[in-house]
Design a protein around this ligand. Structure first.
Ligand SMILES: *Cc1c(COP(=O)(O)O)cnc(C)c1O
Length: 360
């Protein structure tokens, strides 16, 4: 069925091998974040085969899909009160920042007679989740000590999410220092310091502060890029996911619409350049599946003109071999992070798994 995401499993396995190996040499454990591909079991397995033993997701529906035999399962989004019973039942570990939630979580763990590990999130300035002031940090720490069924295993932070604040040796050093203060105050080992996501990677080859020993990585494993500057990281594969869609119309038409221009289907007023008659194709994929701006045609000479909910229009005038853009042909597109995320949450997009050898 089309459209479909073509998933290159060997490339994903190689990304996992390469990244876990590189980070391990620097004393950093890789936690694979599965939310961009909805914790698809085949992709998760490729990561496992590539050496990943920690998996994390923001949503319980995805976390449940991960085979517990593959390793530890971590909940990334600080949990809703309504999901705490599942958090205790399914997750080995969760990121936490709210003292009331911690209290309820401990009560739930007591009820289920289970122990649950927590990582306390500290806000280093990005202003999403996490404890901000030192007074609050100590107050929360003193409370966590009394929770009989919670195992406090470390601290963590999240950067470049809301405020776009980049990781730096300064803010990461602050994470290390605050963790030291907490260790001194509580007498706990707090062995894990979870120092962010794919936006922290660019620091790992150079100024990586000692003792920061975990990263939660989604983008780099799946897309091959670090998230601070969008650059390719190491020699990771950047084309493990591709979108395939079929051409449903192919003909020569004017490039300028005829009549008075109002608003398009999304309330935008479009503008056009008159380039005369052009060969255009319509592909059966739309904004419900992936945004046109997030796709790159693989075929030389193709240019995306725009898309509505279910149709994408391309200019094919410059394509040399017009048989490649005839009705019924399949076009392949490179995808960015957002396109992968959207296509894996669209029920209209099928999945094709291939295990072709990756080329670096
Ligand atoms: C999504 C997420 C990550 C992974 O981010 P990437 O940039 O994809 O590596 C890590 N931590 C938390 C809390 C997240 O929500």
């Amino acid at each position: 069925m089309f459209p479909r995401v073509k998933i290159h499993l060997q490339k994903l396995r190689e990304n996992a091998e390469m990244l876990t190996g590189f980070l391990k040499e620097r004393g950093i454990e890789t936690v694979a974040v599965t939310k961009v591909f909805g914790a698809d079991p085949r992709v998760t397995q490729a990561y496992y085969d590539g050496g990943i033993r920690w998996f994390a997701d923001a949503r319980m529906q995805n976390l449940k899909r991960i085979d517990p035999a593959y390793g530890k399962r971590m909940l990334l989004r600080i949990p809703m009160r309504s999901e705490l019973d599942e958090v205790i039942r399914i997750a080995d570990c969760s990121l936490q920042s709210d003292p009331d939630t911690l209290y309820w979580l401990n009560e739930e763990a007591k009820k289920q007679n289970r122990k649950h590990s927590i990582i306390l999130m500290l806000d280093l300035g990005d202003l999403r989740e996490g404890i901000f002031s030192k007074e609050e940090l100590y107050a929360v720490a003193d409370r966590i000590m009394h929770f009989s069924h919670l195992e406090w295993v470390g601290t963590g932070t999240n950067l470049t999410c809301y405020g776009g604040i980049l990781p730096s040796s300064t803010n990461l050093e602050s994470l290390r220092q605050q963790t030291e203060l907490l260790r001194a105050r509580t007498g706990l080992a707090l062995p894990i310091v979870s120092a962010g996501n794919s936006s922290s990677l660019f620091l790992t080859p150079k100024a990586w502060p000692k003792g920061l020993n975990q990263l939660r990585i989604g983008e780099a494993l799946a897309m091959g890029t670090e998230a601070a500057y969008g650059d390719r990281f190491l020699a990771l594969h950047t084309d493990a996911f591709e979108l395939e869609a079929q051409i449903v119309e192919s003909r020569v038409k004017p490039s300028m619409p005829i009549g008075e221009i109002g608003k398009n289907a999304f309330g935008e007023t479009p503008e056009f350049e008159d380039r005369g008659n052009r060969h255009r194709v319509i592909v059966a994929v739309g904004r419900q599946d992936a945004d046109a701006a997030d796709l790159i045609p693989r075929l030389e000479g193709l240019e995306i003109l725009g898309a509505s909910s279910d149709h994408m229009l391309l200019d094919a005038q410059e394509v040399g071999d017009k048989s490649l853009v005839a009705t019924g042909e399949t076009l392949t597109f490179g995808m960015n992070y957002r396109a992968v995320l959207r296509s894996f949450t669209s029920e209209y997009v099928d999945r094709l798994y291939v295990d072709d050898p990756g080329s670096i």
